[in-house]
Design a protein around this ligand. Sequence first.
Ligand SMILES: Nc1ncnc2c1ncn2[C@@H]1O[C@H](COP(=O)(O)OP(=O)(O)OP(=O)(O)O)[C@@H](O)[C@H]1O
Ligand SMILES: [Mg+2]
Length: 449
Amino acid sequence: MDRISMKIGAVFFITILLVEGISLYFLHSSIIHSRIDEELASLQTRGNNHRDILETSYLEETIHHITSMESRTDTHVVITDKNGGIVSSSIPVDRTITDIIEKSPMDIARDGLILEDDWQDKKYIASVSPLDNNGAVYMFKNTQRVQGLIARLNKHFWLAGILLLSSMAIITLFLSRFITKPVIKMNEATLKIRKGDYSVTLPRLGNDELGELGESIQVLADDLNHIKKQRNEFLASISHELRTPLTYIKGYADIAGKHGTAPEERIRYLQIIHEEAAKLSGLIKGLFDLAKMDENSFTINKEKLELCVFLRGIYTKIQPSYIEKKITLNFICDGEVYIEADPVRLEQIILNLLDNARKYSEAGSTTTIEVFKKSGKTHLLVKDEGKGIPKEDIPWIFDRFYRVDKSRSKALGGSGLGLAIVKELIEAHGGKITCTSQLHAGSTFEIIL
Ligand SMILES: Nc1ncnc2c1ncn2[C@@H]1O[C@H](COP(=O)(O)OP(=O)(O)OP(=O)(O)O)[C@@H](O)[C@H]1O
Ligand SMILES: [Mg+2]
């Protein structure tokens, strides 16, 4: 048996024991009381009846009749005269009886009086009824009889108590099991999670708080499972991404180091090595940024910026690379648009998008940066007329290492981290980024701040 149902069961059982014990005790004593009261009242009534008969005919014959009648019952009668002398009795008069008679008071109400009610320690219970000739009718009953009666009653009480208790014990056992079952299930699940096994499935445990707790544990386990999987995939991607440029570097370094490699060849190889190394350091920087974002240790220092002025600065900086690729770069931003943003991060965002637009566009096309305000929000568009993104790829392009073109072609060989970083940065600003794209027609990235 598990500890928790033991505990609950014990508390239950002790409470029931107490309640049952106390109520049985009071029931018992009140039944005994009324039983004894009944005995006493019937004794007194019997005495009164004899008295009434004697008052109508105080004759030898009547007296004899009464005593002989009483000697056949479990009650006894003693009739006295006005001096207290015994006229007649149904039992041999012993010391106890004379004691009781002597101690009885002088003035007694007509209804009579209980002279002895101690049924536990005395030999008799007794009552007296006064006669109008100043004599009296004394009634006695052996307490042994009363005690026997009470003993039978007690036996019944014990039987009932034991029956009640054992049935309560069984009910408690089942009830505590029933109540604690969900808790035990959840405990097993969390123990499993603690050991690193996230594949737990908890059944529906009801609509109460315990049920909700079970559901939360299930959600947590699923989340942990998802995170574990994601981390494994992420590590696999990283090692893959690092390996490819390193293989290039190693390979070209080998050839370049060989005797007999022509100097111009060697220079070309060294150039490739340089490019790959630059790519590697870009990749590592991106990873580092993302890692910092993941653990929330990077800070956004927001400043008030005038977006048009700010973007014009970036536009001037990047335009030469567009001119070189013969792509027109347009800039539409009129009026004053003030926003709160971290200028360093915002520049990183815009440069990433413009870098993509240029990378994935052909010579002769146009790329546009556009800013406008709509219902209190600032919209920033980077629109290109490049190769576009297939519809089925759009939902994934913001994922780490995701590239539409899986082969790392030299010209388009990005790491696939750019948009992941962009998205994290924008969300850290409290903004949103969406992408709409038409294959072979162009893509639009829209930032809403
Ligand atoms: N303007 C765009 N036009 C067409 N495809 C795009 C555009 N921007 C992104 N993509 C697609 O989305 C993928 C992910 O972009 P992302 O910027 O994250 O990575 P990347 O450019 O390949 O590498 P990195 O930016 O890290 O150098 C790209 O590989 C490309 O296939
Ligand atoms: Mg990119």
